[in-house]
Ligand binder design. Sequence first.
Ligand SMILES: C[S@@+](CC[C@H](N)C(=O)[O-])C[C@H]1O[C@@H](n2cnc3c(N)ncnc32)[C@H](O)[C@@H]1O
Length: 241
Amino acid sequence: MNWFEQWFDSQYYHILYKNRDSKEAAFFIDNILNIITVKKNQTFLDLACGTGRHAVYLNKKGFRVKGIDLSKQSLIQAKKYENETLRFELQDMRRFSFKEKYDVVLNLFTSFGYFENNDDNQQVFQNVEKALKKNGYFIIDFLNVHKVANNLQVNEKKIVENIEFNIKRTHDTKFIYKHISIIDAENSYSFTEKVRMIQKKEFIIYSKNSRMKLLHTFGDYALNKYNSESSNRLIMIFQKI
Ligand SMILES: C[S@@+](CC[C@H](N)C(=O)[O-])C[C@H]1O[C@@H](n2cnc3c(N)ncnc32)[C@H](O)[C@@H]1O
């Protein structure tokens, strides 16, 4: 099993990140909706939707939304919000395909770059291109690898629900790693999150190979300008040609 299949589905991931922010998700989505041209009833696909915080908010705003994710545990939570115009499904972003085409595909909160094989990253872009209608948007919200690598907060300790999480961050030339050691009563566990250090220029190559063009680049959820040294995020809006 790959690390991302185990870690995101484990109870400890859900405990550690139980306060993941739905206000932040709403703020970001509202800002995005001021930039792209979409009408009520148009369709969104949230790729790696997690528990559905962006998908649920978009649906409340009147859009038809499908969320896909590889984590059964996340989908159990997301499915509580399902209705006729909001659906969640277990799918792998490296292989998904639908008959339906979407107006907007989202990939948010560093849900990219997990794979050992770089071809899988390109494959995700190809899949997105197939899933989009002509002129549809692909919005990707990734970490800014320059800032993260230069400002690694190396060690962090958190206690959540009496469980101790010791987090150690490192990087090499290819990946940023988050080593998570867990002590839960008598038991201890460890997981390692691993995200490829993908720069803006590499995303542009994936997009060009997949008939998409870059429209906008932003550096945070308020959609301020991207600066490779100081921005927290790398947020890109692509459009299918
Ligand atoms: C950092 S979380 C972000 C979740 C959500 N977008 C959010 O903002 O809360 C990354 C998500 O990617 C999902 N994921 C990882 N690999 C995947 C894959 N190959 N296909 C689909 N989802 C995947 C994980 O299960 C996890 O829910």
